[in-house]
Design a protein around this ligand. Sequence first.
Ligand code: AQP
Length: 339
Amino acid sequence: MEIPAALMKPRIFSGMQPTGELHIGNYLGALRNWARIQYDYEPIFCIVDQHAITVRQDPKTLRESCEKVAALYLAAGLDPAHSAVFVQSQISAHVELAWIFTCTVPFGWLGRMTQFKAKTLQAGGNQDSIGTGLFLYPVLMAADILLYQAKLVPVGDDQSQHMELTRNIAARFNKLYGRTFEIPATKLPMVGARIMGLDDPTRKMSKSANAPNHSISLLDPPGRVRKKIGRAKTDSQPGVNWENPGAGVSNLLTIFQAFSDWSDERMSLHFPDMRYGALKKEVTEMVNAKLEPIQRRFAELMDNRDYLRGVLRGSAARVAPIAEETVRQAKKRTGLYSL
Ligand code: AQP
């Protein structure tokens, strides 16, 4: 039976790369938000392995990471009976649409992407060591989203520029070939849209940063979390300067507030002048309490691979027709040949 349009919920789409271990930035900026809002929407969540290969990956580790990330999605609260959870390369329409977009996007638009510039810098600016895929990454991201005609994309703040580009790509295509794509909006979490590195609170927490005390993995055991937070950068003030906390202290307060869901008022009554040792103890206890059930559920899911693979297979089968229909439309509009 077809559902009347008025009763259909708006579609949301988002994804994460199966590179390294997901950290609390990925969780607070995106994953937890997905779990919270999933029932208000028609949700599609992807594990974007084709993005992951924009930098070199070990094939065996990459395949294993896809299932680990799927398990983390579910452990963090995605309900596979409601939310589609699949791996990007299961559906070939992603790359098909990405190529069509590649041919419509001006080179200059991609050159302005700050993430590309930052990754180029990380590689020492040596263009011969940077894959073309890294440059084209935002085009594939636009294809991921527009393929499903998503209205809303829940992501962390670092993706704002890529989202702007996605809207521009959709608008350009619609202008050139006629209205084909929904223009999606970005949805950021209220607190935790940009969690910073513990060792360097001027840089966002990132999977690819190698420093040992930079990020907290969702799978870190309690002792490791304690150690990392214990070593987190603060400043030389004696305690929390509520009116004007330094970047490190501000980051710890944000992590606490995002995990606890405390109101601004409750935070402002509890933390002013607190010594840094006490602050770190409270943040540690809060983080460990919230990670424990995720880690327990993750272990159960990883012991049940058949179930996990069934979710990935079933979800891909469920959403593939949406993607295929969009590609059919885009091919027709651009004049690509089909019988
Ligand atoms: N520090 C962060 N704070 C809040 N949200 C964040 N996200 C990433 N870092 C933070 C959000 O997590 C989602 C998935 O990100 P991704 O894996 O697709 O890409 P990413 O931005 O490349 O993640 P990392 O951790 O920063 O990895 P690398 O080291 O490869 O750059 C996105 O919604 C993102 O906004």
